[in-house]
Design a protein around this ligand. Structure first.
Ligand code: F6P
Length: 756
């Protein structure tokens, strides 16, 4: 326990002790007079009885002596009686109330009247200068005639002494009680504080509430708070991973995580798509960056982390650029990590990539109303290619426990296959596309095998919490697994998988920040290339040519907008960059055909001499050129029908350092959950999209600036280094825990062996 914790625990104890001390003091103050009165009454009763006893003893002898007038004997009788410690004085008053005999101590002021006391405490108590006295008169009879009264006076000063003693004892008792209760309180508060702190800390570390090293969590009392705390922590999840000074995550920080938290452990990334594709251009070999959100996000992370990226070598010059072990150092201009290529036959590519991944899983997970197609032979290829990648991981791993980052729906079986080959590996799987509800997923004939494969992961990441929930529900429905919803973990086949959301992002500062042209020059360049007038209102869309991206819906909305706002005919141009993708698939070919004919129809309807509203460019554009289009545009439109995140939205924002331009964004993208200052639309609602596009084109500069500034802050803060850092920090924590648990088990085995 740290000194700070100790001070906090003390402060917590003081909160209990202070009211306790006050309560005890008030109680003591109120109780003392009551106790005083009570003891006085006991003593008076006691003295009444004693007086009665003494009087009974003296009565007969005194009556005789008074009859005889034997003064000397009466004095002797009185003085003998006075030997009783407490009896202070005696007197005899005759029947006329005259004082006839008295001891020397008898207070003269008492005389024979009044014979009953005047004290307020009791009728028999009088307060004289000598102190409090107990006075009673006892009638003396001769036969049946009363001849006078015997007055007995007891000294009561001892009662005061006793009362003072009692008061002292009572105060002492309260003090001792207070001290004991305080000590017990401090002790319990201290223990509880430690328990709460330990519980809260374990929650903060993301440990399971039920199991820690196979034991029950100690801080049971944290349980009721746990779910609230966990929900809160999830929302603050990314915040807790912010470096302490609140600075933006950078490649250096990510390297720091690797160095300090993962102790330089080996990093392997596995994906289908490779970050650099080598292609023949005549005699020369060119390098292409694929249009892929996965590559956009992971490439800067790999530059920061080094390590090895294992991916399918898909370029026609890929073979010519690798070494004997199929490796090539990349990026070509500044090599900082290794790309290990895996070769696939045409048949494998057809079954695994085109078939199972893109005709089956892709439409299955994107609710975009294209029927998934599942074929057994595609599945067989999928299984065998996943094995190929697992073999490549084993071959590339230099240690028995590397950190493997497995990517996307092409490699759902990979985590389990790696687990079988490298049981100690930390496998972080990231699913880049949405995860549908359990019913939709259930139509896949190999659903159990896919779930089993993914549950080989240590951590399984999705973009949004909603997709995590869908996945957990799917497991709940189709597998015999124990689900711990609070800690978001699934226990399956004796192993735990943590399911967590990690919203992906892009690098910050943006890639082209140092080399790009200023915004006015970018705009001038784009307008020159597109042969457009200076005052044109320019919109852009940048996507892979894919039916999930809602490009048809986008063009229909533009058509509707031009219908509603004919003043924009001739003034507004929309450039749609559509990178060719999966073009060997019929669905994609059909889609491209439909896209081309829709663009042509709209252009035919609204086009004028030298002007067409839609510029459709189905071709690959290098990312620095795409960046120029972003910077030149008045707005960017993203209308995906369903999208895990959509990084185009974030790239557009990152490109606009002039804080201008408006983003129209589909509400069905993961990005919409973060970019609240975009104009959010339902791409299926043509009218609504048309209004949003018009609003974007006519938005005042101040409003654009406010919205863009706030979105830029968000993208800067939640950049891709933070995304990777969050996953790696979580992995580091789990690895640490696993190592400790192994050491504990090892220690247990050694102890057992020694005992045996
Ligand atoms: O969205 C999933 C994803 O794998 C992304 O990473 C990427 O944007 C896209 O699909 C790439 O598709 P492909 O690798 O088939 O070109």
């Amino acid at each position: 326990m740290s000194a700070q914790d100790r001070i906090r625990s003390l402060r917590l104890s003081m909160r209990f002790i202070a009211p306790l001390v006050v309560t005890l003091a008030v109680l003591g103050y109120a109780l003392l007079p009551v106790v005083d009165r009570l003891t006085l009454r006991w003593w008076v009763n006691d003295l009444d009885t004693r007086s009665q006893l003494v009087a009974n003893t003296l009565e007969d002898q005194l009556a005789q002596l008074v009859q005889q007038g034997a003064t000397a004997k009466i004095n002797t009788l009185f003085n003998r009686a006075l030997q009783d410690q407490r009896l202070y004085a005696l007197a005899f008053c005759d029947e006329k109330g005259k004082l006839r005999y008295e001891t020397a101590t008898y207070p003269q002021s008492l005389r024979c009247q009044p014979l009953s006391g005047t004290g307020a405490d009791s009728p028999s108590v009088v307060h004289l200068p000598q102190g409090p006295l107990h006075v009673v008169a006892h009638p003396i009879y001769q036969g049946s005639d009363q001849i006078g009264s015997l007055v007995l006076v007891h000294d009561m000063s001892f009662v005061e002494r006793r009362s003072a003693d009692t008061r002292r004892y009572l105060i002492g008792l309260f003090v001792v009680l207070g001290v004991i209760i305080s000590l017990v309180t401090v002790f319990i508060a201290h223990l509880s504080w430690r328990g709460w702190i330990a519980g809260a800390r374990s929650l903060l570390r993301g440990e399971g509430i039920l199991q820690r090293f196979g034991q029950r969590e100690s801080s049971e009392d944290v349980h009721p708070l746990a779910s609230d705390l966990r929900a809160l922590l999830r929302d603050l999840d990314m915040s807790r991973r912010i470096p302490e000074d609140g600075a933006t995550w950078s490649p250096e920080m990510l390297r720091g995580v690797l160095r300090d938290k993962l102790l330089g452990d080996e990093i392997l990334v596995v994906s289908n798509r490779e970050p650099f594709i080598h292609v023949h251009r005549g005699e020369a070999i060119a390098v292409q960056r694929p249009a892929s959100g996965l590559v956009t996000a992971l490439e800067p992370v790999m530059r920061a982390c080094s390590g090895t990226w294992i991916a399918h070598g898909s370029g026609d010059a890929d073979h010519d650029t690798v070494d004997a072990k199929d490796r090539v150092r990349v990026p070509p201009d500044k090599p900082s990590y290794t790309l290990r290529r895996v070769w696939l036959t045409e048949e494998e590519e057809r079954g695994y990539y085109e078939g199972f991944a893109n005709e089956g899983l892709w439409p299955l997970c994107h609710i975009a109303h294209v029927r998934p197609v599942f074929r057994s032979r595609d599945w067989e290829e999928y299984v065998s290619v996943n094995r190929r990648f697992a073999e490549a991981v084993r071959a590339e791993a230099r240690t028995e426990d590397p950190v493997v980052l497995a990517q996307d729906y092409h490699l759902a079986l990979l985590p389990r296959l790696i687990r079988e080959r490298l049981p100690k590996a930390t496998i972080i799987t990231f699913w880049h596309i949405p995860w549908p509800n359990s019913e939709s997923f259930g139509i896949c004939p190999w659903r159990e095998a896919l779930l089993d494969g993914l549950l080989g992961s240590t951590i399984l990441g999705f973009h949004t919490r909603f997709h995590c929930q869908n996945f957990v529900e799917t497991v709940d429905r189709y597998l015999e697994a124990r689900i711990e919803r609070e800690s978001s973990t699934i226990s399956y086949g004796g192993r735990l998988t943590r399911v967590e959301h990690y919203p992906i992002s892009i690098q910050w500062p943006p890639e082209w920040v140092d080399t790009q042209l200023p915004v006015p020059l970018c705009r001038a360049k784009v307008l020159r290339v597109e042969k457009l007038a200076d005052d044109v209102l320019l919109g852009v869309g940048v996507d892979r040519c894919d039916y999930t991206k809602g490009i048809l819906e986008r063009l229909s909305a533009i058509e509707r907008m031009l219908e509603l706002h004919s003043e924009l005919i001739g003034r507004f141009v929309f450039v749609q960059i559509a990178a060719p993708s999966r073009s060997s698939l019929e669905e994609y070919q059909n889609f491209e055909g439909r896209l081309r004919s829709l663009a042509a129809r709209i252009n035919a309807r609204f086009g004028r001499e030298g002007w067409e509203p839609i510029r459709l460019k189905v071709e690959h554009h290098p990312s620095h050129i795409v960046n120029e289009y972003y910077r030149a545009a008045d707005m960017c439109v993203v209308t995906s029908l369903h999208d895990g995140m959509n990084l185009v939205a974030k790239e557009f924002i990152a490109s606009r350092d002039d804080e201008r331009g408006v983003l129209v964004l589909s509400q069905f993208t993961g990005a919409a959950r973060e970019l609240h200052d975009a104009l959010l639309v339902n791409p299926y609602h043509s009218e609504q999209c048309a209004h949003a596009i018009y609003r974007a084109l006519t938005m005042p500069a101040d409003e654009q600036r406010l919205r863009m500034r706030s979105m830029r802050r968000l993208v800067q803060e939640f950049n891709v280094y933070r995304w990777a850092g969050a996953m790696l920090l979580d992995a580091a924590r789990l690895r640490q825990r696993q190592r400790v648990s192994e050491r504990i088990k090892e220690h247990g085995r050694t102890t057992d062996a020694v005992k045996a």
